[in-house]
Design a protein around this ligand. Structure first.
Ligand SMILES: NC(=O)c1ccc[n+]([C@@H]2O[C@H](COP(=O)([O-])OP(=O)(O)OC[C@H]3O[C@@H](n4cnc5c(N)ncnc54)[C@H](OP(=O)(O)O)[C@@H]3O)[C@@H](O)[C@H]2O)c1
Length: 304
């Protein structure tokens, strides 16, 4: 993945125009240069190449580091793809790292979006520590910091093979939705603390509110899907722990529900996933007065 990110940064271009011109002038001269002139000329060439490199490298780092760097997990489809699209189309000063466990899927997703957006594919399987570590290293090397992290990748019983046991479903769903979101968050925190306004969003689920689950008046009272529903209250707790731990720093942690959206994970129920991206982008772009440690959807706050 590091290699992939490196490829995306334009290699510095060096202009040899002035030295070449000098060489041709010298070749035309009837008087061969003495050794002092030769040394002077070589020094001039080196200085020219060096200054061209410095100018070009400065241009490269201006493009990259002057933008707000956003990383979204599971961005190749569904709500993650819509979050990436919304960030990149509405905020030209944002550079979006669209991560996916499959680089090919991510590149296909980018190809499906309008051209000219500041998007970059990056491989990240949230369940793999080595994949997380490679992603952190690549972002560190290319940008030196991360401004926004969206923990969006997730699975439900709808996206798992049908022949799994109850224990296997619980284990896989909690591993991806909860433990992996915690691992990704923890691994990127050092890079995020280098950002002036770091924002970490955990994409949660309103159905996972324990208060709502126990409330007979809740419209989804008795709704099934225990493994998936049980995975997100623990994710909310991960968010709350970090919000308290870093309460005296600019870094903000929030959990939110994108609402029921028609994706593979919801079994195709709900409306367009682009609607789910609204609350995520709102929280991720909130200013200093935006809260930390919240659990909301577009209509307000959930009981825990
Ligand atoms: N849709 C809803 O109604 C709804 C409601 C509330 C909350 N949410 C939450 O919204 C988030 C996005 O879900 P969605 O509805 O957009 O589902 P989706 O269309 O199925 O997308 C899920 C994304 O997560 C990725 N993913 C799964 N396992 C991964 C792993 N190990 N490493 C990296 N990426 C992985 C998937 O990649 P692959 O393509 O490789 O599988 C896919 O890109 C989830 O956290 C979900 O819980 C959704």
């Amino acid at each position: 993945m590091g290699k992939r990110l490196k490829k995306c940064i334009k290699a510095p271009t060096v202009s040899f125009t002035a030295p070449v011109l000098l060489v041709s002038q010298r070749q035309a001269s009837a008087y061969p240069p003495n050794s002092f002139e030769q040394a002077h000329f070589i020094l001039f060439c080196h200085l020219h190449i060096l200054s061209s490199l410095v100018i070009s490298l400065n241009k490269t780092s201006t493009t990259a580091s002057s933008k707000t760097i956003v990383l979204i997990t599971g961005a190749n489809q569904g709500i993650g793809l819509e979050i990436a699209k919304k960030f990149a189309t509405e905020n030209p000063t944002y550079h979006v790292l669209m991560s996916s466990r499959s680089l090919a899927k991510c590149e296909a997703a980018i190809a499906s979006l309008p051209s000219g957006l500041s998007l970059e594919p990056i491989e990240l399987d949230v369940t793999s520590d080595s994949s997380i570590s490679k992603a952190v290293t690549a972002v560190q090397e290319e940008y030196g910091r991360l401004d926004v992290l969206i923990n969006n990748a997730g699975i439900s019983e709808n996206t798992l093979p049908e022949d799994l046991t109850f224990r296997q479903r619980y284990t896989q769903i909690i591993d991806t939705n909860t433990i992996s979101a915690a691992c990704v968050t923890d691994a990127f925190i050092p890079l995020m603390r280098k950002s002036p306004e770091p924002r970490i969003i955990l994409v949660s689920l309103g159905l996972s509110s324990i208060g709502n689950t126990l409330d007979p008046k809740f419209p989804y009272y008795g709704y099934d899907g225990p493994e998936y529903k049980a995975s997100k209250p623990a994710m909310n707790m991960v968010m709350a722990i970090y919000a308290v731990k870093y309460k005296d720093e600019p870094i903000k942690f929030n959990a939110c529900c994108p609402g029921l959206r028609a994706t593979g994970l919801s079994g195709g129920k709900g409306n367009h996933p682009s609607v789910g991206a609204i609350i995520v982008c709102r929280l991720a772009t909130a200013g200093e007065d935006g809260g930390s440690g919240t659990y909301t959807d577009k209509d307000g706050t959930f009981p825990w």
